[in-house]
Design a protein around this ligand. Structure first.
Ligand code: SF4
Length: 438
């Protein structure tokens, strides 16, 4: 195989090189590859693709492209069966997830991680902070700065395509956080770990202090940095507060430093946020972080619906993606309650994919509205087979129709003889329509 004469996808884009990954993404997005390359050179689009993740089917992330979704999975103390977790991964990819974040927090995490990067074609993301706590088997305060950085290198070597690094919370932002009280404090798992470590050791955030070293690792393996939002609001009361915005400013500064080394960047965002604040948040992120792709964790638009948080997140995700977010982290009905089962994973993926598609229609992404047009045309013809083929979830649609068969095959049991679609087709074809005695 030919040697790469570029370091990262961004480096290639800036040198005018069109990579195989760019060609593949441009084709999927139905976009001229030169246009894609230019957006990548500016940092507005990323292709997370670690040079050691050989089986990847690359995807681009950026607001000008189809909105992508991520699924969080991984082995944990309460769910340690690696094969079962791998089944969830495979089913998530089949259902259309473009990205899997491995949040494993128990046992031999490296084994599962390398299995993913050698077998899974989706983008693989990780949060090395979680892994450090498991890997070193010692008290949090005793983990050294070098050990934190070593874990980042290990994940890069293992072929991880993007890593969440919580480097936006430093001693200064932590001080401001303590001065400005919040209802829910810090709800980011990684953020709470690094905050606790800073408090207990008195040291600066190692990822912030040694950001250049993190960048050197990312450049060497072509890892995309997902700048984590330790201070994302964990309830709508805390949305758009001082801590969230101050951390975002730090992330904007770090974005520029990453781009100086040709390291691709995505920015992580809220969290919980009322509907009326989402559009402004997306715009603020784009200006403060210079147009870097925005990866939102929801946002959940209300806090009162445990059991239905895939819906609260899909509402927020659709609005966020309409106004600039390009990557949605799925949320399952189990959020805030327990680990998701496989059915929850499916529900979460479907809700996220619907949100992503709704935003793509609103943004005018190529091919998005055409899908809806085809469905409506099939619906008008009452062509059920064609409708099923076009469904985002064919299996559920087929099952629901079969559960209550209509008397007349061409209608459905919702309206039966009153089927407006059928009756309009007939009357416009010059037929007589007798609803009651048919
Ligand atoms: S029966 Fe009613 S719901 Fe069903 S296809 Fe006809 S109009 Fe639509």
């Amino acid at each position: 195989m030919a040697m790469r004469d570029y370091k990262t996808q961004m480096h290639a884009a800036r040198m005018g090189i069109v990579t195989e990954e760019m060609k593949s993404v441009a084709e999927k997005e139905n976009m001229p590859v030169e246009e894609l390359r230019e957006l990548m050179a500016q940092g507005k689009v990323v292709i997370p693709a670690n040079k050691n993740h050989k089986c990847i089917d690359p995807n681009g992330v950026g607001s000008m492209l189809k909105t992508k979704i991520n699924v969080n999975l991984g082995v944990s103390r309460d769910c340690k069966d690696m094969d079962m977790e791998m089944d969830k991964v495979n089913s998530a990819v089949e259902l259309g997830a473009e990205s899997i974040m491995d949040l494993s927090s128990f046992g031999d995490t490296r084994k599962f991680r390398t299995k993913l990067t050698s077998e899974c074609k989706a983008m693989i993301g990780t949060v090395p902070i979680y892994d450090a706590v498991v890997y070193y088997h010692k008290a949090l305060k005793d983990i050294t700065t070098q050990e934190w950085l070593d874990i980042v290198r290990m994940h890069a070597e293992d072929g991880v395509d993007f890593m969440t690094i919580h480097c936006g919370i430093n001693r200064e932002t932590a001080k401001r956080f303590k001065q400005n009280k919040r209802l829910m404090n810090i709800v980011s798992r990684g953020g709470s770990i690094i905050f606790a470590w800073m408090e207990m050791t008195g040291n600066e955030n190692p990822f912030y202090e040694h950001f250049d070293e993190v960048l050197d690792i990312c450049r060497e393996y072509d890892v995309t940095l997902s700048l984590g939002d330790a201070c994302r609001p964990g309830c709508i009361e805390d949305a758009t507060d001082i801590s969230q915005i101050e951390e975002l400013i730090v992330l904007g500064e770090l974005t520029k430093r990453a781009w100086e080394k040709d390291v691709q960047v995505i920015i992580e965002g809220p969290g919980h946020m009322p509907l009326n604040q989402i559009e402004a948040n997306m715009k603020i992120q784009q200006t403060i972080c210079h147009g870097a792709p925005f990866y939102v964790l929801g946002p959940l638009v209300t806090d009162i619906a445990p059991g239905y948080d895939h819906i609260t997140a899909a509402i927020g995700g659709a609005i966020a993606a309409t106004y600039g977010a390009s990557f949605l982290c799925y949320v399952t009905p189990a959020e805030h309650l327990r680990l998701p089962f496989i059915e929850d994973v499916k529900e979460g993926i479907m809700a996220s994919k619907i949100a992503a598609h709704a935003a793509d229609v609103a943004k005018g992404i190529k091919g998005a509205k055409e899908w809806d047009y085809k469905m409506s045309a099939a619906r008008k013809k009452l062509d059920w087979d064609e409708m099923f083929e076009l469904c985002i979830d064919k299996e559920k649609a087929v099952r629901y129709r079969a559960d209550a068969k209509p008397e007349k095959e061409d209608t459905c049991s919702m309206c039966g003889n009153f089927c407006a679609v059928k009756n309009m087709n007939r009357i416009l074809d010059g037929e007589i329509v007798n609803i009651f005695d048919e």
